[in-house]
Design a protein around this ligand. Structure first.
Ligand SMILES: Cc1ncc(COP(=O)(O)O)c(C=O)c1O
Length: 461
């Protein structure tokens, strides 16, 4: 760690944190006994806290974000150069990095055409929802306005995004939610809802979407919003045959397909976007976290020329344009960082590395599952993996959350930061989550799984 911290500095920082900060997803206690963890420096895969302790970060900034790793001077420099030249002008005007990054992005997304900048994943999803609603008004007399979302998926923290939220523990006490959002079943084969397997299971899980459309009335359903691989709801990879059938159903009923790539986007699963594994052609793609790896806040709502054309000049309708504003969508730091982020992924071959290291990690986790009966299932794509812990492999009874958290805490004590599903699906906060930066080496991967091995032995014997 380069930054010298005196004990006095540390005490002042901790006092300020305790006195004034409200951390996300954390239940603050009347008398906090543990010092808050304050991260002061990062380089590559590692971060250092204010006590000087080094950690290997296996979750890219806790929430699947820092795809190219910490301490990238090249990104910081690009952001600096851009900011001193031109930091901000609202999105009604263009910017040099905004245009360049939009073009780079669209090159990676055949079939897509237009990029709308905004600030967070939640907002990117809201923009797509608003477009769906506006299209319903313009084309279908307001009727085709319903948006389908899936059990266990998450699309953000704002109220409409939560209305499309399939994680009931996260949603509890925040209702009532916006009308017109309808839930479809999840597609997780490990927690099967139908007595089928493989492709048959995938087709059945997709058919459940068709049943919902028919039940609601196809003339009322405007869009379907799905994560390509579900993140916080349990790292759920789709079963074989799921996505092609989903696409077929959307086309059959003229339902727009919105894919939420906030986690999977920009390399996390070994392709630029998660949906590209499954040969799907979406109408909307939203992305945020890995777009600039957390070096600046940026999110994008990307759509097709066909959707864009619906909002073009129309003399008969003065309201026929997307009447949305995103103040910080005009910040230039985001696209400036995103350009370098994307170049780094290309120049360093990080998609290929993600595929290779993801396979290694999957193998390591499968080996751990042979040793530890508590691992009921291992899932993942690229460097986006999960291990579901169960107290009994036959009944698949989820492990107690306190034990799952004990594994996370033990890894932390060993200097490895891993994650676990939390505050998401009631009773199922039992999946360990791994999403190291795309630069991970074989040694990093082995260090992570060795720490998990030790922690599982300590907690479960
Ligand atoms: C799949 C998915 N969509 C949307 C979001 C919301 O993104 P943000 O927190 O940037 O609003 C998240 C955040 O974790 C997410 O995992």
């Amino acid at each position: 760690m380069n930054t010298p911290f005196s004990p006095n500095d540390l005490t002042a920082v901790i006092e300020a944190d305790r006195a004034h900060l409200w951390h996300h997803l954390m239940q603050h206690k009347p008398l906090e006994t543990n010092d808050p963890r304050i991260i002061v420096e990062g380089k590559g895969m590692r971060v250092w806290d204010a006590t000087g302790k080094e950690h290997l970060d296996a979750v890219s900034g806790a929430v699947w974000t820092v795809n190219v790793g910490y301490g990238r001077e090249r990104i910081a420099k690009a952001v600096y150069d851009q900011l001193v030249k031109m930091n901000y002008f609202a999105n009604s005007a263009g910017s040099i990095p905004g245009s360049i990054f939009a073009e780079m992005l669209i090159e990676k997304m055949p079939g897509m055409s237009r990029v709308y900048y905004t600030n967070s994943g939640s907002e990117a999803n809201e923009k797509a929802f608003k477009m769906v609603r506006q299209i319903a008004h313009k084309r279908h007399g307001g009727k085709k306005h319903k948006i389908l979302y899936r059990d266990r998926d998450y699309h953000g923290s704002t109220l409409a995004a939560m209305s499309a939220g399939g994680q009931d523990e996260r949603n509890a006490q925040y209702g009532p939610f916006a009308p017109g959002f309808v839930r479809v079943p999840h597609c997780m084969e490990y927690r099967a809802q139908w007595d089928l397997s493989g492709e048959e299971y995938g087709a059945k899980a997709a058919d459940a979407i068709e049943e919902t459309i028919l039940r609601e009335g196809p003339d009322t359903v405007g869009a379907l919003c799905l994560e390509p691989v579900t993140a916080g709801g349990g790292v759920i990879t789709p079963p074989e045959g799921y996505w092609p059938r989903v696409q077929e159903i959307c086309r059959k009923y003229d339902v727009l397909l919105h894919i939420d790539e906030v986690v999977c986007g920009v390399g996390r699963t070994g392709t630029w976007f998660g949906y590209q594994h499954y040969g799907v052609e979406p109408d909307f793609v939203t992305m945020a976290k890995g777009v600039a790896s957390g070096y600046a806040a940026i999110a994008c709502m990307v759509t097709t020329e066909e959707v864009f054309a619906m909002f073009k000049d129309d003399a008969s309708d003065p309201l026929n344009y997307f009447r949305d504003i995103s103040t910080f969508g005009g910040c230039t730091a985001g696209p400036a960082a995103a350009i370098e982020n994307m170049k780094i992924i290309e120049e360093e071959g990080l998609l290929e590395n993600t595929t290779r290291m993801g396979e290694r990690m999957l193998d390591n986790l499968h080996a751990l599952a042979e040793k530890h009966a508590v691992i009921g299932d291992v899932r993942g794509k690229g460097l986006f993996l999960g291990a579901e812990l169960v107290s009994d492999r036959t009944s698949k009874e989820p492990c107690a959350e306190k034990d799952v958290q004990a594994v996370v805490a033990d890894c932390m004590a060993q200097g490895v930061i891993i994650g676990a599903t939390n505050r998401s699906v009631p009773g199922f906060n039992n999946t360990l989550c791994f999403s190291p930066a795309l630069i991970a080496t074989a040694d990093d991967i082995d260090e992570i799984t060795q720490a998990v091995d030790k922690a599982l032995t300590k907690v479960f014997g």
